[in-house]
Write a protein that binds this ligand. Structure first.
Ligand SMILES: *Cc1c(COP(=O)(O)O)cnc(C)c1O
Length: 370
């Protein structure tokens, strides 16, 4: 058997460590899981009852349109339900974008250190990846997206351009004004996808969601997820908002019933609780700043972040590897960054106060010095 040519060179998405095996090995001690940018506070209290109610209906197929959730999202974002498509996580939607808008002979533009799925979606579609060098490490947004460079890389062959704001794994973001200027300059034959997986978490004064720019740009699509700020990573719900025309094209290849009934009910309940979202994002921001300070005071380089993780530069590969091994040995799981071409870095999700203390204690026990 041979796969189709685009798939031949493709490698599967790297989830980091085998967490199930690590949990078993750590038992009865609890593993401190800081590798996947999950939300340690859990979803809104109303989510459990909504899920339990949905459990009595698991013998039925879910609503194939996800109508209730789409209407709730449409009301929240001030768009029509026809401008929203739901995904089994936003990862699925990114792959669908490649399937629908990329292909052989097509260029897809994204940044170096951009989210890993951009490259997978491009390669799976048989399109050419045009990877634009990131901002330098001494920039105010270290290794962040260079929007001027991305714009300069657009050619008549470009159909798709992926941005992440804020970006994973760098944690960096770009401002509302820079994004508005960028979108005004991108030719209309290019679909610009802004992945806002951390959009609810970002609160910097200069950050602005691309959602507000949708009325101006029919070639703009924004993806979001319930996996991060809403703490539903285990249920797999994401969504994209764009023009009804683009959303309709994506709908043509959507799997029937791609979001299950428990997930639909949970996402709707999570969306209804703004107070829980505010409280948990606020606590994340406080913990993130404290953790960044603690790392910097130990001499390590930490990128500014508007997310629930920190990209930490340990200076060289040997040190990063030693720290990763030392953390794992002490039942703390970071995310290695070799796959992103940053083997001297580790990505550390911001845990709750207890988890962050355990991480710092494990780090100190590693005895590594900058
Ligand atoms: C986590 C993440 C996603 C994927 O989220 P799912 O909705 O769980 O598939 C997408 N984009 C970025 C940048 C992420 O960090």
């Amino acid at each position: 058997m041979k796969p189709q040519p685009p798939i031949e060179a493709l490698r599967a998405y790297d989830p980091g460590h085998d967490l199930v095996a690590l949990r078993r090995a750590a038992a009865p001690e609890l593993l401190v899981e800081l590798g996947s940018n999950e939300n340690p506070y859990g979803p809104a209290p109303g989510v459990r009852a909504a899920m339990e109610a949905a459990l009595s209906q698991v013998h039925r197929y879910p609503d194939p349109f996800g109508g209730d959730l789409k209407r709730a999202l449409a009301a929240k974002h001030g768009v029509s339900p026809a401008q929203i498509i739901l995904g089994n996580g936003s990862h699925e939607l990114l792959m669908q974008l490649g399937q629908v808008f990329a292909g052989p002979g097509v260029d897809v533009v994204f940044s170096q250190y951009g989210f890993a799925v951009f490259a997978i979606a491009t390669a799976a579609a048989g399109a050419r990846a045009v990877v634009v060098p990131a901002l330098p490490v001494d920039a105010s947004k270290p290794r962040g997206h260079d929007l001027d460079g991305l714009l300069a890389a657009v050619t008549p062959a470009t159909r798709l351009l992926f941005l992440a704001n804020p970006n994973n794994p760098t944690g960096t973001w770009f401002s509302r004004d820079v994004l508005a200027q960028f979108l005004a300059a991108v030719p209309e034959h290019v679909l610009v996808v802004v992945d806002e997986a951390y959009g609810e978490i970002a609160d910097a004064p200069d950050f602005g969601s691309a959602l507000s720019l949708l009325p101006l740009h029919p070639n703009l699509l924004v993806t979001r997820t319930f996996s991060k700020a809403y703490a539903l990573a285990g249920l797999r719900v994401g969504y994209a908002v764009g023009s009804a025309e683009v959303v309709g094209m994506l709908e043509r290849v959507r799997e029937s019933f791609n979001v299950n009934c428990v997930a639909l009910a949970a996402a709707e309940a999570a969306l209804a609780d703004d107070e829980h979202l505010r409280a948990t994002c606020g606590e994340n921001a406080r913990q993130r700043e404290a953790l960044a300070e603690a790392l910097k005071s130990r001499g390590w380089q930490v990128s500014p972040s508007q997310t629930n993780f920190l990209l930490v530069d340990f200076g060289d590969v040997a040190t990063a590897n030693a720290i990763e091994a030392g953390l794992l040995h002490r039942n703390v799981v970071p995310r290695p960054m070799g796959g992103y071409g940053l083997p001297q870095c580790l990505r550390i999700s911001v845990g709750d106060a207890v988890e962050n203390r355990r991480f710092l204690a494990a780090l100190d026990a590693c005895n590594a010095r900058p």
